[in-house]
Structure formats: structure tokens, C-alpha cells
Write a protein that binds this ligand. Structure first.
Ligand code: NAI
Length: 263
């Protein structure tokens, strides 16, 4: 589906895009006629498959290997965008990880890993994108992948919730700082989406049913539904939108316990 003709020929960089939401966003952007620079950390085979799929559909995609928590990857991805496609219009900070741990038993290394990838990785991507946009006076666009856990507390994953809360306020602050440059910065907060990050839940019928019961619409989201939000945020249709988080969560962030089924 190509809904936004103005996206044709634009260039997007997307971190963590060998699977899950990053992959779906890359595929959707390619369908819109955008050229995409993807990123994988270790899964080279999966990445090649994604690129082959995009090329089979007539799109253009290249990939850069690397870890978003390491300084230099974001710059490498932007350099790749310039060398392959001549420019960069949009940077999507998507890569993210989660590991369950009780807070009183949490290893400091575990805490640091989550903050490093989800929050520090987002900072590194945003900084590199801003530097490029400001130096070239480009009215660029940045999208950060947050989560409903930027507002919903998450026991067992307190580091994850802290990282996404950080992404929320970082997104807003950067949006305000660069609004005079006409650089837009927004976040997407997915609810529960069927991607490899939720593999265990999806493969356990009882857990899956429990999750569906928790979501007001009783539907686990599809990656394409998040990619649709990312396409709209990339498009001119959202040209006046900056510093906000778009929730795509089937109502998960609406205090479900107040819902009609719990009366
Ligand atoms: P996933 O586990 O299916 O995919 C994550 C991608 O990020 C993979 O391609 C992985 O290789 C990559 N990645 C992980 N660490 C990396 C690193 N250090 N450097 C480079 N790449 C790295 O996860 P999913 O579901 O696609 O999640 C994507 C984003 O969406 C994450 O930020 C996650 O927190 C967020 N999210 C996902 C939700 C869901 O239900 N699937 C809900 C809310 C937010």
C-alpha cells in the first residue's frame, strides 16, 4: 500500500530492522517508494532476506551492521544513506530490548544494558540525525520507538519502563529545542504487538489469552499497524505534529480496569 506520494525518493534510516517492527517499517517505507538504510546487530541472514524481499517488490534497501549502543553506528548509517542514496530525510530509532528481572535482584549490568540500547541508543541516533539536519539546513524528521510503558508502570521490567519514560521526555525536549529549525521529532508507543520480542507469550496459549483479555480491544497488534503510524509520521500529512507520542495500543493505555467489561 502506497498512501503518500510525497515519500517517493525520500531516504530513511531505521535501526534494529532485521525483524519485528523495524522490519515492518522498512518494508512499508519501501512500498511508499522510499530508499531505506536498515540495521542489524548479528542476524545477517534475516537481514539479507528482508533486503531481497524489498528489492523483489521494486524497492531499494541497504544494511549496516552494528550495535546502536555504540558510538559511531548512527553516523555510519547516515554516511551509507548519503553514499547510496545521496541524502537522509528521516531517522527512525527503533532498536530496543527487554529482559525480565525483579528490581531487588537486578544485576547492574542488566539495568545498564537496557538503558544503553533503549535510551542511550536513541540519544546517539537523535544526535547524529540532528547534526546532519542542522549542518545541511534540512527540515528533517525523527521518529523514536517508545512504548505504552512510557506511561504504564511495568513491574518486572522497571529498567525497560525507565528507558521508555526517558525516551518520552527526551523526544519532547528535543522537539522543542529544534522546532525553530523545522525538524520534527515524535515517538510511537505500541501496545502489545506480535513480534519476536513477544515470542514466548505468543507461543503460550494461556499467556496469549491473558494478554488479549488485558487489551480493551482484545486484539494483539500486527507490526503493519505500527508501520502505518510510522508512514503517517514520515508523511506531509503530519507536518504540524512534533513532540508528541502516538499511541497504537488497542486501548491498553486507557486504564482498562475502568472499562465497561469490568463494571
Ligand atoms: P524485536 O526483538 O522483534 O526486534 C528488535 C530489533 O532490534 C531486532 O532487529 C534486533 O536485532 C534489534 N536490536 C536489538 N538490540 C540492538 C542493538 N543493540 N543494536 C542494534 N539493533 C538491535 O522487537 P520489536 O518488537 O520489533 O521492538 C522494536 C521496538 O519497539 C523496541 O524499541 C521495543 O521496545 C518497541 N516496542 C515493542 C512492542 C511490542 O509489543 N513488540 C511494544 C512496545 C514497544
Amino acid at each position: 500500500m502506497a498512501n503518500y506520494p510525497e515519500l517517493k525518493g525520500k531516504v530513511a534510516v531505521i535501526t534494529g530492522s532485521s525483524k519485528g517492527l523495524g522490519r515492518a517499517i522498512g518494508e512499508r517505507y519501501a512500498k511508499e517508494g522510499m530508499n531505506v538504510v536498515l540495521n542489524y546487530r548479528s542476524s545477517e541472514k534475516e537481514m539479507e532476506e528482508v533486503i531481497r524481499g524489498i528489492e523483489a517488490g521494486g524497492g531499494k534497501a541497504v544494511a549496516v551492521k552494528g550495535d546502536v549502543s555504540e558510538e559511531g553506528l548512527a553516523e555510519k548509517m547516515i554516511e551509507k544513506a548519503i553514499s547510496e542514496f545521496g541524502k537522509m530525510d528521516l531517522f527512525v530509532n527503533n532498536a530496543g530490548v527487554q529482559v525480565e528481572a525483579k528490581t531487588h535482584e537486578m544485576e547492574f549490568d542488566n539495568w545498564k544494558q537496557i538503558i544503553d540500547v533503549n535510551l542511550n541508543g536513541t540519544f546517539l541516533g537523535v544526535r547524529a540525525a540532528l547534526k546532519y539536519f542542522v549542518e545541511h539546513e534540512i527540515e528533517g524528521n525523527i521518529i523514536n520507538m517508545s512504548s505504552v510503558h512510557e506511561v504504564i508502570p511495568r513491574p518486572g521490567y522497571t529498567h525497560y519502563a525507565a528507558s521508555k519514560g526517558g525516551v518520552k521526555m527526551f523526544t519532547k525536549s528535543v522537539a522543542l529545542e529544534y522546532a525553530p529549525n523545522h525538524i520534527r521529532v515524535n515517538a510511537i508507543a505500541p501496545g502489545a504487538i506480535d513480534t519476536p520480542i513477544n515470542e514466548e507469550t505468543m507461543n503460550d496459549p494461556e499467556d496469549k489469552e491473558g494478554l488479549e483479555a488485558l487489551i480493551p480491544s482484545h486484539a494483539i497488534g500486527k507490526p503493519e499497524q505500527i508501520a502505518a503510524v510510522a508512514a503517517w509520521l514520515a508523511s506531509d500529512e503530519s507536518s504540524y505534529v512534533t513532540g508528541t507520542t502516538i499511541f497504537a495500543d488497542g486501548g491498553l493505555s486507557l486504564y482498562p480496569s475502568f472499562g465497561p467489561e469490568n463494571k
